[in-house]
Design a protein. Structure first.
Length: 283
């Protein structure tokens, strides 16, 4: 499988502060890859290295098979989109006028603005000045700008951090559709539900180091205690080991008397796993 991003033994220091240390991973073409970690774990620094805004001190990284410093070239910048918490929008201009600047920069048709605004559910706000927008609306305008040229690769730094549940759901649907059309997505988040919903694979980043990597289902299974929970009609809950004869016997007895309300596997959440590995939560 082709690697759209490849990172080997990457390190980044700011004076004596180590922001990233011996980071290794790859992102396959066509997947949605999530980097999970709390604020200050190095997520934004990593995106800045991959988009040639910062130089690494150690190791190497490539995007589209080229060293990351090649991403400074105009022809390569047009191949990726970027959303960060630093919007760079012109506050005195309207939403539409901001997007017009990027439409002209990329040589796009006017329809690109309409499609981008529909993607982020902002069709009715196109004439509003950016200075009048809420934080959540600013986030959506920045996302519209990042994807309006249909990039091969989309970098999203906390893409739904300021959004309400309705618009978050709308963005999720759009990102999945964009991915189905071939766009590779690299996103950072501290929201484990977001990672579960969107990501094919995730990596845990803590204090600049990758602690674990894999598909969410694989990570949950790897850290499972191999048990199940049975809730009975009287409200009792019983935790039973999987694949043992005694469990089968108890289930048969409860089923015979129609006492089972529901059954589910006792797998940890991504947040539980992160806490187990690092001693802190994802916030």
């Amino acid at each position: 499988m082709t690697a759209e991003i490849n990172v080997e033994h990457l390190g980044k220091k700011f004076n004596e502060f180590i922001a990233l240390e011996d980071v290794n991973f790859s992102v396959h073409k066509g997947e949605i890859f999530g980097l999970l970690g709390p604020s200050g774990s190095g997520k934004t620094t990593l995106i800045k290295v991959l988009t040639a805004q910062l130089d690494q001190n150690k190791g190497k990284a490539s995007v589209f098979g080229m060293p990351v410093n090649e991403m400074k070239r105009v022809e390569n910048k047009s191949r990726f989109g970027l959303l960060t918490d630093n919007s760079g929008l012109y506050k005195r201009l309207s939403v539409e006028e901001n997007l017009m600047l990027y439409k002209d920069l990329y040589g796009l048709d006017d329809s690109a603005i309409d499609e981008a605004l529909a993607f982020v559910n902002l069709q009715d706000a196109r004439k509003k000045k950016v200075s009048k927008l809420s934080k959540g609306m600013l986030q959506r305008v920045t996302l519209a700008r990042a994807l309006m040229h249909n990039p091969d690769l989309l970098f999203l730094d906390e893409p739904t951090s300021a959004l309400d549940p309705g618009n978050t759901h709308h963005i999720y649907k759009g990102l999945r559709k964009l991915n189905e059309m071939g766009t590779t997505i690299f996103l950072t988040t501290h929201d484990m539900a977001e990672a579960e919903t969107l990501c094919d694979r995730v990596a845990f980043l803590h204090e600049g180091k990758i602690q674990a990597i894999g598909a969410p289902s694989e990570l949950r299974l790897r850290h499972s205690d191999q048990s199940m929970i049975v809730e009975l009609t009287n409200g009792e809950q019983h935790t039973l080991p999987l694949n043992e004869l005694t469990t089968a016997e108890r289930l048969e007895e409860w089923m015979r008397h129609q006492l089972i309300q529901r059954i589910w596997s006792n797998e940890p959440t991504l947040g539980d796993i992160f806490m187990e590995m690092t001693g802190r939560d994802l916030r």
